[in-house]
Design a binder for this molecule. Structure first.
Ligand SMILES: Nc1nc2c(ncn2[C@@H]2O[C@H](COP(=O)(O)OP(=O)(O)OP(=O)(O)O)[C@@H](O)[C@H]2O)c(=O)[nH]1
Ligand SMILES: [Mg+2]
Ligand SMILES: [Zn+2]
Length: 352
């Protein structure tokens, strides 16, 4: 009796939709060369047509696609093939995601120490892509004065939505409210490795805790959420880590020892799509023309310099440097601007 029941289940998941049927869906996970595509008929494990990769246009989590249902196999998975990738609203390499409405940029108040330069680079990348960034400072339990909160509020609050949290708190109030207002939005959590992205998502979505015994280095599919990525869409130099559990941050590298290595979408009860992404450890995350960078600093006075093509470095009557001297721009912001300009100018010089 129990045996029959089990068989009936397997058959019903594999039958249903005839092979060759086209379905529209969204890629919710990329793992080991497979794309998990959520459709109204369920989630299909798909390969992509080789042509996408040949064109240097591999599918990303967040892509809207048309799949064709494969003939039934022995596997428990419903399988299909990605036939068409639909046009993207936006896409990013680090983290590797597409069609984002908001970046939730997560930094830790401590362990690892927050880097305002990473934050600024990320804000600029978001602004340049037309994606609204939201700043989250996590691990507030690790700091016992409010210096970080004051500093961050002072610099950013006027221009960005800023939240201070700890996953150790029972009450995730701020984030709960934020997510419940985001029905239908696609939100990508992004930020340095070890900041607590996976912990926050796990907590706020009431997901099962990652399997503590899962240690293997091999990529497996166990039907669960916490799996290894063999790195189809990740850059090993940027994303590093061993497994999908969360874990302590290593003192030496400041990285989590068990970091997320694949991107995956979770759906909140109210219908927001939340993406967990691998943390990054590199500074080099954007590719924007040097002359445009200052436009993406909303706190910098725009169009007020004497020279129209002012780079805000050493030019006379530069409104941005004046604002800096008057304390109207935070020194860390101008410092980030200089660092980004240096990178961009160097890249531009190398092109000739
Ligand atoms: N004290 C404290 N520790 C936290 C908090 N949030 C997360 N942690 C811990 O920080 C470590 C890293 O958390 P993760 O959630 O794995 O961080 P992540 O941002 O997902 O890291 P990557 O996947 O590497 O990008 C884990 O040991 C967590 O238990 C917090 O609010 N306070
Ligand atoms: Mg993670
Ligand atoms: Zn200037």
């Amino acid at each position: 009796m129990g045996q029959n029941h089990a068989n009936a289940n397997v058959i019903s998941t594999q039958m249903g939709i005839p092979a060759g049927t086209q379905l529209e869906g969204k890629i919710i996970k990329a793992l080991s060369g497979f794309y998990y595509v959520k459709t109204i008929e369920g989630t299909y494990m798909c390969r992509a047509r080789g042509i996408f990769k040949k064109k240097g246009n591999a599918p990303l989590v967040g892509d809207d696609v048309t799949i064709v249902v494969n003939p039934t196999t022995d596997s428990d998975e419903m399988e299909g093939r990605i036939e068409v990738m639909h046009e993207r609203r936006n896409s990013f390499i680090r983290p590797p995601v597409a069609n984002i409405d908001n970046f939730l940029i997560v930094l830790a108040a401590k362990d690892p120490d927050p880097s305002l330069e990473i934050l600024d680079r990320f804000l600029v990348m978001s602004e340049a892509a037309g994606v609204i960034p939201i700043i989250i400072i996590n691990k507030m339990d690790l700091v016992d004065n409010d210096k970080i909160e004051q500093t961050i509020r002072h610099i950013y609050e006027k221009y960005y939505d800023v939240h201070f949290l700890s996953t150790l708190n029972d009450d995730m109030g701020d984030l709960d409210v934020l997510l419940s207002d985001m029905q239908g939005h696609v939100l990508a959590f992004a930020g340095p490795s070890g900041a607590g992205k996976t912990s926050l998502i796990t907590k706020v979505l009431n997901l099962e805790q990652p399997d503590e015994t899962y240690q293997s280095d091999e990529t497996q599919f166990d039907g669960g959420r916490y799996l290894q990525e063999s790195s189809d869409t990740t850059d090993q130099r940027i994303y590093s880590g061993e497994s999908l559990k969360t874990s302590d941050v290593s003192g030496k590298t400041g990285r989590g020892r068990h970091t997320t290595r694949h991107t995956e979408i979770h759906v909140t009860p109210k219908g927001a799509l939340v993406m967990d992404t691998p943390g990054f450890t590199s500074f080099e995350i954007i590719d924007i023309l040097s002359e445009e960078i200052a436009e993406y600093f909303p706190d910098f006075p725009q169009g007020k310099c004497r020279f129209k093509n002012c780079k805000h470095l050493d030019e006379p009557d530069c409104a941005i440097k004046e604002a800096l001297q008057d304390g109207k721009i935070a020194e860390s912001r101008y410092h980030s601007y200089l660092a980004m300009m240096r990178d961009a100018i160097q890249k531009e010089e190398n092109q000739y």
